[in-house]
Ligand binder design. Structure first.
Ligand code: MN
Length: 338
């Protein structure tokens, strides 16, 4: 079979590998159908991931069909349509014991620390798969994983209908957070520098969109919130400046959620956080969010039509990455067929 391998930063190859086999009784063999390309895959390719090791089969947004199961696998059979959870946790460390398995001490993430799903077949334990509802297409199912990340953000931010949420950045993460925050009834403002993305954000339920190019963002946020400030700020821009800015948009007793993976320090005075008792909380991957997000998809509460804009065969990964890297090309989610 073929696999997409990043051998070292900026080097990606299609490699011939032996087809994986079930070696443990709790495992399932899956024929991969579709894979979504995530920003984190691109970071691994560019060598800007602080956590990835090489060589690595990338891809953690993976849907496929079970073609074989181990002897102890229950409730699954060949032909079942599944989505693969990228998070692997040990179940015994402090973090797992307090229910925070996505930051497990021995955390392994598919495509980051162990091989991911850009391969024609993959073997995973039954704990790592979830059923795709019959009424959800393969393509829509690809978006379930990004929405688990968004649900994690909303859960870390404790977003409720009372909140005035400012989402910085209208890329795939920002937009999925927007939809999940709207499901919780919050008022949502979202910003970007690309007008087309903001227009799309309006169709996805944004109450106000802010083009930060020619705008005093802080003034605008305080105007929109009648002088209060945002009760929650989500930094889905994730650079040195955006974290500093986020703390100026949030109200006293508000929450700032970080999503970035950069190792570069921001300049933030302690007093900024202390004086107004701001909660700064990280949000990483997801903590058991597949069941709730899958329910939303089954119930039709998350409409993702028009989210996927580019489709490639996985052997054309180079072309797909060029589309993602090209700032001139308008795009949503880019996916690979296997
Ligand atoms: Mn992802």
């Amino acid at each position: 079979m073929k696999a997409v391998l990043v051998t070292q930063p900026h080097h990606i190859v299609i490699e011939e590998r032996p087809k994986p086999e079930i070696s443990e009784p709790n495992e399932a063999l899956i024929k991969v159908k579709v894979g979504g390309i995530c920003g984190s895959d691109v970071h691994i390719y560019h060598g800007t991931s602080s956590v990835a090791t090489y060589p690595r089969v990338i891809g953690h947004e993976i849907v496929g069909e079970i073609i074989d199961i181990g002897k102890q696998v229950i409730n699954w059979s060949s032909g079942d349509r599944v989505i693969v959870d990228p998070v692997i946790s040990c179940g015994t460390c402090y973090q797992c014991r307090i229910g925070r398995k996505n930051v497990c001490r021995n955390l392994k993430v598919r495509s980051v620390h162990v091989d991911g799903g850009y391969q024609e077949y993959i073997v995973v334990p039954q704990e790592s798969i979830y059923r795709i509802p019959d009424n959800v297409t393969w393509e829509d199912a690809i978006l379930i994983e990004p929405f688990t990340v968004a649900e994690q953000v909303c859960s870390r931010a404790e977003i409720s209908a009372d909140d005035l949420v400012f989402i910085m950045g209208a890329g795939p993460v920002g937009l999925s957070v927007l939809k999940m925050a709207k499901l919780r009834g919050a008022t949502c403002f979202i910003s970007d520098v690309v007008e087309k993305r903001l227009e799309f954000a309006k169709t996805q339920g944004a109450d106000e969109v802010l083009n930060v190019k020619n705008l005093d963002v802080k003034n605008e946020i305080f105007r929109l919130t009648e002088g209060l400030g945002a009760t929650v700020v989500i930094d889905s821009v994730c650079n040195v400046k955006s974290f500093e800015q986020a703390l100026t948009y949030v109200c006293s007793a508000g929450r700032v959620i970080t999503l970035g993976f950069s190792g570069e320090p921001s300049a933030i005075a302690q007093f900024t956080i202390t004086a107004r008792e701001i909660d700064v909380r990280g949000s990483r991957l997801h903590n058991n969010k597949f069941p709730v997000v899958i329910d939303y998809f089954r119930e039709g509460k998350i409409d993702v039509s028009n989210w996927i804009t580019h489709r490639f065969h996985f052997t054309a990964i180079q072309e797909a990455l060029k589309v993602i890297e090209n700032q001139e090309i308008e795009k949503g989610k880019v996916i690979l067929y296997f």
